[in-house]
Design a protein around this ligand. Sequence first.
Ligand SMILES: [Zn+2]
Length: 146
Amino acid sequence: METVSAATTVWTRDAVKGEKRDLWTAMKRGFRCRCPRCGEGKLFRAFLKTADNCSVCGLDFTPHRADDLPAYLVIVVVGHIVVPAVLWIETNYSPAVWLQLSIYLPLTFFMSLLLLQPVKGGVVGFQWALRMHGFDENAPSDIPPV
Ligand SMILES: [Zn+2]
């Protein structure tokens, strides 16, 4: 029969060995498309491709797993701006459909393009600050990558 250890380790931010990582600072630096650790090096080498590492401090960016989260967040933000505006304008002014589409579609498109890279940077900063995925240098080596 296998015994289960009752001793568990409770994770706290103060118990972590190594450098302190401020969540909001890292997310702000990521939102500015800069390295979440030093705030100087570029985070991206292309529109949504992160660089392999920071050119200033050498932080490895490859462990990030932003995946589709930035796109979902952008949809939420842009949707909460455009949809109420569309409903308010339709309710109060009822302009022609062609006029509405010629404004709302490009507005939605360009707002999404403008927000996507900063939001992805913020997500990478979030993951780095919380030592998610491969950003924890103290993680046990026997945990397989996800
Ligand atoms: Zn850096």
